[in-house]
Design a protein around this ligand. Structure first.
Ligand code: NPW
Ligand code: ADP
Ligand code: MG
Length: 281
């Protein structure tokens, strides 16, 4: 199915008057080592801007000042503190694992803590470095594949090659769907004309977007928007439709900005999210 803007009007509804932040979900973002702090800050900012009720960022403490300077709405947890990380996972609805996490041994331990603490009430978006880590560790792959949580992988083509063992030129709809079914997860295969492999074998395709999106941080931003959409809309809509809406919305905002901008900066996209959501309410 080709996704159209109809999905946005369906999913983005006016908020009930009798409501509070707790009604719009809790997102926990986990990532951002000392080299890639920007990635988790962008994912966190995108979750806040797309309407998650409460957002916590578990990251390297080196990123704390930058995080609070850019996104004071977000709370902070030191991702090396296993007890604090486990507690934050327990109180989250949606977890975004991996933007800028890196793939060293301590990052691998963080992925292990996250996967072992997932429960059926959680949705976990596995992105960036966490995809690479899981690809290289059969125990972690088994934990993810057998998890009671809803797992959503958001690989670019090289990350999908690592996870699926399908070489990029051989990544067809049918080869990808076979591996996606084996992984027991949704797979959002990011590329020009992103394909979404849902868990019930439905496939959605994006036919908007372009090379103005080829900037570091654009995928981190998508992960944040997915988190924000799932956290707040999952009470009233099914997960497949919310995922399609988030993927379409991310590229729609980029496409609108590309009318006036040669490249679309992820941070600029993030700043436009609330105003563009308002158009579809
Ligand atoms: N500001 C920040 O903090 C940022 C931090 N980031 C964080 O960095 C971490 C590493 O993520 P990563 O994507 O940068 O690196 P990696 O997984 O090694 O993949 C790159 C390799 O794959 C190849 N390649 C082939 N096809 C491709 C495709 N379609 N799309 C992309 N690449 C493709 C590509 O080929 P080449 O470009 O050399 O032709 C290259 O060999 C991750 O946690 C992420 O969140 C980034 O978000 C950036 C901003
Ligand atoms: N040429 C392109 N056409 C359409 N979309 C693109 C293009 N290049 C990149 N994108 C989009 O930008 C995002 C890039 O994600 P990713 O590679 O994970 O970035 P990062 O890890 O740097 O944040 C994806 O949503 C992808 O679909
Ligand atoms: Mg990425």
């Amino acid at each position: 199915m080709i996704i159209s803007d109809k999905i946005l009007t369906k999913i983005i509804q006016p908020r009930p008057l009798q409501s509070h932040k707790g009604d719009f979900g809790r997102v926990l973002t986990i990532g951002g080592n000392i080299n890639y702090g920007g990635a988790i800050i962008m994912a966190t900012a995108a979750s806040v801007s797309s309407g998650a009720g409460l957002v916590t960022c578990a990251t390297n403490k080196e990123n704390l000042t930058a995080l609070h300077a850019r996104v004071p709405e977000a709370m902070f947890v030191n991702y090396f503190d296993k007890i604090a990380l486990s507690d934050s996972i327990a109180s989250a609805d949606v977890i975004i694992l991996g933007p800028g996490l890196g793939d060293d041994i301590r990052a691998q331990e963080i992925v292990q803590v996250c996967l072992t603490n997932l429960r059926s009430r959680h949705t976990c978006i596995i992105d960036g470095s966490a995809i690479t880590i899981i690809s290289q560790n059969t125990h972690l792959k088994e934990l993810a594949t057998t998890s009671a949580a809803q797992i959503i992988y958001t690989p670019h083509q090289m990350e999908w090659q690592r996870l699926s063992h399908i070489l990029i030129p051989e990544q067809t709809t049918s080869t990808s769907q076979k591996i996606q079914a084996f992984l027991n997860a949704t797979v959002i295969l990011k590329k020009y004309h992103t394909e979404i492999f849902h868990k019930n074998r439905l496939i959605s395709t994006l036919e908007i977007g372009g090379p103005y999106m080829a900037t570091g941080g654009m995928g981190d931003t998508l992960a944040g928007i997915l988190g924000g959409f799932i956290a707040q809309f999952n009470k009233n809509h099914n997960l497949n439709e919310i995922i399609d809406a988030a993927v379409y919305f991310h590229t729609y905002v980029a496409q609108e900005l590309a009318k006036e901008n040669y490249v679309v900066l992820p941070t600029k996209l993030i700043s436009q999210i609330p105003a563009v959501m308002k158009k579809f309410e």
